[in-house]
Ligand binder design. Structure first.
Ligand code: ADP
Ligand code: MG
Length: 330
């Protein structure tokens, strides 16, 4: 590795006050990291890459990029019901022709502070990585603990299960419209506070780790909502060989959707991405207990033996959707 890269890792990623886990044997600085997993435990792995201009707009702050890169990975652990333990970071940074030293320094300061702040919240430790030059891109791989036999799969949904989401949907999709200055007319009536919350939802998704751990013993299937409810729920239905009926009016709408008409609001909530709430299914008999523990969870439908996803209104009217997704429902 080049001297400057060594210095960069030393300066920004070998943080002395970072989380120090007792199950880490050897961290940043050698050819590999070494961990010592708890006896009898299983380990869950996930990896996600965020590319500038594709997964986040070019003008996104370093703070938000760091947060989101780790948060979306933590969200995968949450969706599995796993407990976060360690992560690695592969960072591709623009070269000297695009970023001067002062900018790089400022960027890395913001990036690493934000990264370590979120890591501390979830007791997950950075144990290694890679640093290269190219178009800005961040890859994080996380690893977490599961008890033997645990793991909330997509394939466990059973006929009669209630379908639940852990929070309101659609804010991040509005946030993306706002930062890309799309559909501004639609959002002209939105309060500054709602706009800010929508952009916050896009850049700082909250990984539902605590919820995932609590659901471990009770959910039959689960995933996190990254591509939009309709598309993601489709993964559960396919993997579980079942269908579902969704009560469209039950889907909890983010307050940023208040300025849209009902049809547009549902479209955003059902098809918009980047929510990072969990969607899970559980037996009817367990629902009231879970609702008591997590009052903000919302039941939005049931698993059916009949294949396919049907959207129904309270008056029983059925919304037709085609295989492509949200565009033509309603
Ligand atoms: P190698 O040449 O063996 O791939 P590197 O020069 O890539 O080693 O990295 C040296 C050490 O620094 C390794 O322990 C690696 O895990 C760590 N490292 C490199 N880049 C990062 C990064 N962005 N964040 C955390 N650790 C890093
Ligand atoms: Mg390397």
């Amino acid at each position: 590795m080049a001297g400057s890269e060594f210095q960069l890792i030393q300066s920004y990623f070998s943080e002395p006050d970072q989380v120090e886990r007792s199950d880490l044997i050897l961290g940043i600085g050698d050819d590999c990291a070494i961990v010592s997993p708890k006896d009898q435990s299983h380990l869950a792995f996930s990896i996600d890459t965020l590319n500038s201009g594709i997964h986040f707009p070019h003008n996104t702050s370093a703070d938000a990029i760091a947060y989101k890169s780790l948060a979306v990975n933590l969200s995968d652990l949450a969706a599995m019901g796993a407990e976060p333990a360690w992560f690695t970071l592969s960072l591709t940074l623009p070269g000297d022709d695009e970023w001067d030293d002062a900018f790089r320094e400022q960027w890395l300061n913001l990036f690493s502070q934000s990264l370590f702040a979120l890591a501390a919240q979830h007791n997950i430790q950075l144990i290694g990585g890679d640093t290269t030059h190219g178009s800005l891109s961040v890859t994080i791989q996380v690893c977490g603990y599961l008890e033997q036999g645990e793991g909330l799969k997509r394939s466990g949904a059973q006929v009669g299960d209630i379908i639940v989401v852990t929070g309101a949907l659609g804010a991040a999709a509005v946030g993306l419209d706002i930062v890309l200055e799309r559909n501004s007319v639609q959002y002209s009536e939105l309060s500054d506070n709602d706009k800010q919350q929508a952009v916050q939802a896009l850049n700082y998704p909250q990984p539902r780790i605590k919820e995932g751990l609590s659901l471990q013993a009770v959910a039959h299937s689960a995933l996190d909502l990254s591509d939009g409810l309709l598309s993601d729920l489709g993964h559960i239905l396919k993997a579980s060989h079942v269908g579902a009926q969704l009560q469209v009016e039950q889907v909890p709408l983010a307050s940023a959707l208040s300025c849209l008409d009902k049809q547009q609001a549902w479209e955003k909530a059902l098809a918009g991405g980047d929510d990072y709430e969990l969607c899970f299914t559980l037996a009817k008999k367990d629902w009231s207990r879970i609702k008591l523990e997590f009052p903000h969870f919302v039941a939005i439908g049931q698993i059916t033996a009949e294949k396919g996803l049907r959207l129904v209104a309270a008056n029983g009217r059925e919304y037709k959707i085609n295989a492509k997704g949200y565009d033509h429902f309603g």
